[in-house]
Design a protein around this ligand. Structure first.
Ligand code: CAA
Ligand code: NAD
Length: 286
């Protein structure tokens, strides 16, 4: 039985790229982990993704065969939110939409035990506003994993206005127990990472729209010219253009500065349903 910072059972909501990665990290580090998605097809996709990722990590010696077996044994899946009633912590990783997240947390508030901590993996939505929609704002916090969660080292931790010191302390301890480094951010739109990353991505769309260079040359310039693992347009396709657009809108609305205005070209891709890798079409075709 593994307990990290008093947490033994974690519920992860949203079995997309982030939720499945976060669930994998929790299960690998010994927590009993329940992954919930409203879409049963996505649960099947998440199962395949988690198994494949664990196999890859085991074959490279990053995790031991025992850790892989433990992770698989710790994982369970459900499309029913009430499966989370015994959880010590729930990490929400559903789509970047404030209204839908609020509805979810209000439903969770009724299902989970009073001591359960609510963490949101939101990329940009104010934690204070999400927390205020629940009966436990002191037990609500931002726990922002980076994509791909099993590989990336950072978890950004964002206390809201009402988050208790105990919740913040335990969340930081949990992230470290999951093998991550942490950084703390105040609750302002986009926190630190996306406040700085998204305007760069948005600018890459502006440059593409103005015909400054081809998508390939924009990416090559930034990848080789600034030593980044992916160019900004490739990274945008990897994150999801729907998510990038949602984050830009939160930055623009929340900070009120026209410099955060989402690129019209980014908006057009999203309107076309070209969300990037997850829909097999974004700036590039997959
Ligand atoms: N599980 C297991 N292994 C994985 C994996 C996963 N989910 N994803 C990638 N890997 C492994 C690959 O197997 C590979 O291992 P080897 O080098 O040992 O072969 C390694 O990671 C690199 O993968 P690839 O060779 O396939 O591709 P790559 O070299 O392009 O690396 C990457 C992939 C790690 C994603 C790298 O490109 C990268 O770091 N990109 C930038 C990612 C980034 O910036 N993430 C943050 C986005 S912003 C965010 O997350 C916040 C937000 O709110 C939007
Ligand atoms: P995604 O589109 O890959 O997955 C979202 C999942 O949520 C889908 O499987 C969907 O079926 C599920 N879902 C939607 N509404 C639900 C509900 N009410 N109950 C249960 N499940 C529901 O999205 P993602 O990229 O995994 O992003 C998830 C969250 O993580 C977002 O808030 C996003 O901003 C944040 N985030 C994304 C990244 C990234 O690089 N993509 C990085 C860090 C944080």
């Amino acid at each position: 039985m593994t307990i990290i910072a008093g947490f033994q059972t974690a519920g992860i909501i949203g079995g997309g790229q982030m939720g499945s990665g976060i669930a994998q990290v929790c299960a690998t580090n010994g927590l009993k982990t329940i992954l919930v998605d409203i879409n049963p097809k996505q649960i099947e996709t998440a199962k395949i993704g988690i198994t494949g990722s664990l196999e890859k990590l085991a074959s490279k010696g990053v995790i031991t065969p025992e850790q892989k077996a433990t992770a698989l044994a710790n994982m369970s899946y459900s499309s029913d939110l009430s499966a989370l009633n015994g959880c010590d912590i729930v990490v929400e990783a559903i789509i970047e939409n404030e209204k839908i997240k609020v509805e979810l947390f209000q439903a969770l508030d009724k299902i989970t035990k009073a001591s359960c901590i609510f963490a949101s993996n939101t990329s940009s939505i104010p934690i204070t506003r999400l927390a205020a929609a629940t009966s436990r704002p002191d037990k609500f916090i931002g726990m922002h994993f980076m994509n791909p969660a099993p590989i990336m080292k950072l978890v950004e931790v964002i206390p809201g206005m009402a988050t208790s010191e105990d919740t913040t302390k335990r969340t930081l301890e949990l992230a470290v127990g999951l093998g991550k480094e942490t950084s703390k951010s105040a609750d302002f739109p986009g926190f630190v990472v996306n406040r700085i990353l998204m305007p760069m991505i948005n600018e890459a769309f502006a440059a593409l729209m103005e015909g400054v260079a081809s998508a390939e040359d924009i990416d090559k310039g930034m990848k080789l010219g600034t030593n980044q693992p992916m160019g900004p347009l490739t990274l945008a396709d990897f994150i999801g253009l729907d998510t990038c657009y949602a984050i830009m809108k939160v930055l623009h609305d929340g900070l009120g500065d026209p410099k955060y205005s989402p690129s019209p070209l980014l908006a057009k891709y999203v309107e076309a349903g070209w969300y990037g890798r997850k829909t097999k079409r974004g700036v590039y075709k997959y």
